[in-house]
Each structure stands twice: as structure tokens, then as C-alpha cells.
Design a protein around this ligand. Structure first.
Ligand SMILES: O=C(O)CCC(=O)C(=O)O
Ligand SMILES: [Fe+2]
Length: 232
């Protein structure tokens, strides 16, 4: 499997330059420039602490022991990916979509950006809401596998990026914090009863990432397929 991947897309469905790197359990980063490797490494080290803190907090909110999510997702060996995005100014793009609507696999996603504006989330009423992320703030969103684990109690958010008449390039870094690749994720018994039958089938994180024929590093969601398969 590739540990670092780069691509550029410029068409009606997507306008972005994109670098994906596997950052945990082993940290991979292009060696040049040094500052990039060190800065991203430092940031991710801090984010790992945030991840463990969030896992404790959500476990407690769900009425479990603090270690519940860290154990269920085997976070010590969690598969994390950093996705570095560069969106062109809207005048240089081939349409208004930076990144088409999707959800992100994993436990949660953290996001930082250089300029505000562009990220939108779909509300439960079906409206696109612009996400305002104040300066020096880390945005946290829920991933598919927290939705699966909790049988839909927590929802993975549908989001997209629009170019929004951007005058300057927008740079963002999304990090997908996932379970370990061998973790079998399924709705846990605590979230299942007669009025809440399991809504998702279970499978390992690795299999779910490859489910639609992608490679692990593509980190494409397969949540839709998880739900579809149940109704077959
Ligand atoms: O650039 C953004 O604001 C979001 C990026 C994103 O959703 C992704 O890379 O999965
Ligand atoms: Fe995303």
C-alpha cells in the first residue's frame, strides 16, 4: 500500500490538489521540506492527545467506562490519515465545487484551514450550512465508524467544500482518526434492542476502507453500502 499519495483534480466535480499521508501508527511525510515534516509531526502528536481525551469524554457521555472507545477502536494502533487540500481561487477553477459531498470514515475528523469559508455541512432539514471556523481553531467532526459503533446515535456528518468566490487559495488539513485496521466495527449490544435493531453490518476497518474497490489510503466512505446491504 502507498503511504503517501498526491493528486490534482480540476473538473466540474472536484477542484483541488491533494496530498494524503498515513500518519499513525507510523508517521509518513515527504522528507522535504524539513519544516513541513516537523510541523505536521508536532501537530499530530498533540492531536493524538486530543483523540484520547475525546474518546474518554464520549465514552463517559455514552455511560461507559472512560476506556470504552479507546478499547473498541484499538486507538493505540489507530489508522490515521492526514489529508492536505489546496483549493484554487474560484476564478481558476472548473466549477464551484472544491470537494463533492461525502462523509469521512473513522472515529472523528479534525480540520484546520488557512482562510475561513468553503466548508459546508448538510443539516438534518436538508440545507447546506456554511461552517464558520474561527482563527486558530480546530474543527472536529464525527466519522462513519462512531455512527456504526453507536448504531446511529451519533451521526457522521455529510459535508462538501465549495469555492465560494474565493480570491485566494484555501488550504486545509483534515486528519481522519480511525480504529486500527484490524478492528471489527459493528453496532455494540448496548445500542441494540427491540425498538433499535442493528442498522449497520459489521466489518474490519480495513475491509470497510477497501469496500468500494479503493485502497486504504483513499479513505473513502462506504457507510452508504453498510446501510444498503441491510435492506437487501
Ligand atoms: O477542506 C475542507 O474543509 C474539508 C476537507 C474534507 O472534507 C476532506 O478532506 O475529507
Ligand atoms: Fe471530509
Amino acid at each position: 500500500m502507498d503511504r503517501i499519495r498526491w493528486y490534482l483534480r480540476s473538473d466540474a466535480g472536484e477542484n483541488r490538489e491533494n496530498l494524503k499521508i498515513v500518519t499513525h501508527p507510523e508517521y509518513h511525510c515527504p522528507s522535504e521540506p524539513d519544516i513541513c515534516k516537523d510541523a505536521i509531526g508536532q501537530y499530530l502528536k498533540g492531536m493524538h492527545e486530543v483523540e484520547l481525551g475525546l474518546a474518554k469524554a464520549i465514552s463517559t457521555i455514552l455511560g461507559h467506562e472512560e476506556t470504552y472507545i479507546a478499547k473498541e477502536f484499538k486507538l493505540e494502533a489507530g489508522f490515521d490519515m492526514a489529508i492536505l487540500n489546496l483549493y484554487p481561487p474560484s476564478l481558476q477553477s472548473k466549477g464551484s465545487i472544491g470537494l463533492a459531498e461525502h462523509t469521512d470514515p473513522g472515529f472523528f475528523v479534525s480540520l484546520i484551514q488557512n482562510v475561513n469559508g468553503g466548508l459546508q455541512m448538510l443539516s438534518h432539514k436538508g440545507n447546506w450550512i456554511t461552517v464558520h471556523i474561527p482563527r486558530n481553531t480546530i474543527f472536529i467532526g464525527i466519522g462513519d465508524h462512531l455512527e456504526i459503533l453507536t448504531n446511529g446515535k451519533y451521526k457522521s456528518h455529510i459535508h462538501q467544500v465549495i469555492l465560494n468566490n474565493n480570491k485566494v487559495k484555501r488550504i486545509s488539513m483534515a486528519t481522519l482518526h480511525g480504529p486500527s485496521l484490524d478492528t471489527f466495527v459493528a453496532p455494540t449490544p448496548e445500542f441494540i434492542d427491540e425498538s433499535h435493531p442493528p442498522n449497520y453490518r459489521g466489518m474490519t476497518y480495513k475491509k470497510s476502507l477497501k469496500f468500494n474497490g479503493f485502497d486504504e489510503i483513499d479513505v473513502q466512505s462506504s457507510l452508504f453500502q453498510f446501510r444498503m446491504l441491510l435492506s437487501l
